[in-house]
Design a protein around this ligand. Sequence first.
Ligand code: ATP
Ligand code: MG
Length: 423
Amino acid sequence: MSKQVQAIRGMNDCLPQDTGVWQYLEQVLRQTVASYGYQEIRFPIVEMTDLFKRSIGEVTDIVEKEMYTFIDRNGDSLTLRPEGTACCVRAGNQHGLLYNQEQRLWYMGPMFRHERPQKGRYRQFHQFGLEAFGIASADIDAEVIVLTARLWQQLGLSGHVRLQLNTLGSPEARQHYRAALVEYLAAHDDQLDEDSKRRLHSNPLRILDSKNPDLAELLAAAPRLADYLDHESAEHFAELQQRLTAAGIEFEVNPRLVRGLDYYNKTVFEWVTDSLGAQGTVCAGGRYDGLVEQLGGKSCPAVGFAMGIERLVLLLQTLELAPELPSQADWYLMAVGLDAELGMIPVAEQLRSAFPQKRMMQHCGGGSMKKQFKKADKSGAELALVLGGDELERGCITIKWLRSDKPQRTIPLADLVSELQQN
Ligand code: ATP
Ligand code: MG
């Protein structure tokens, strides 16, 4: 035997036993965002590398070390998208969707980051994301968060996720704060770990997000962004909290929540769970008022989020909230002998026209009645429709219930549709 080719590390297949949960989740997502008036947008999986450098930021983990970047045959540097917001803004700018307009958009699809694969962290993973453009006020921040809360409710996850909230203020306020933070951390640089030392001058705010317990004390005593906030951002944040409270949504203000992408200002938030171990963030987002202009469009305020589909699937499975998988088929169609098989072909198609919701599996490969009933049973079907030589001659068909003791019946073929409609 020749050697099998394996999938790339960190890139997963989704097998039939799992696609049911994915479809269920996707359907709840689509339905929920549609009920808030959001429309789907699709964009390519590959973009110019520059797009991500200019949006996510040169000195972020994603751009520094996680992107799948390659030179294509024309010599252009291309990158497999590591996230959707930059792509969405690029598409919005390119097609004139953003200037002087409001847009409520969502997307779903694979993203790529060269990270260390582990539970809940993969190299190809999937995000569902949502972006609202053209509205600067806190009401829309509240809307996208209320929408996520409704999603958790729909999925039965409400008691299992917590909302963390923070504000990053204006870029100017953050600049002042950054200087104060660097000064403080530099004065204690003997206590910093390697990662934090590296970030001290490139991305110091990200140090606040460190998971290293040895830094906890140092960071707890660090200057607080809240003390450097500009008036407008402070008011925006207060109003957002007021609106969330009015919506009955609990939240925790976490002054250390900073997010790993550079484009955020004002509101940032994460929904986290304690049920998945270290990879506990299932949804993350915030406001990014400067990004549209930064990518060459006319200034346009925006707010959005992305959620990790794999983590949500894991959570649904861990908590046993995934709906039970349906059997493979509802009805199993059997025919014994070539004549009966030929007779079954138009009957099967007629049934599919009459009952488009029913999943009908037609036996293939011939064999005895006994063998076919075994397959019918295995398919999980509730009903077998049997055309044997006997029935064929009489222009009849037999209906046999596989999971109940309703009596088996042989009826004229002409009555089949109406008979099944009554059941
Ligand atoms: P994390 O802190 O977990 O690395 P992040 O800040 O890098 O997350 P975002 O870029 O904001 O994440 O992406 C939004 C969401 O996408 C995350 O909250 C998570 O649910 C999911 N996600 C991000 N990276 C991965 C990955 N490598 N594998 C699976 N899901 C991911
Ligand atoms: Mg990350």
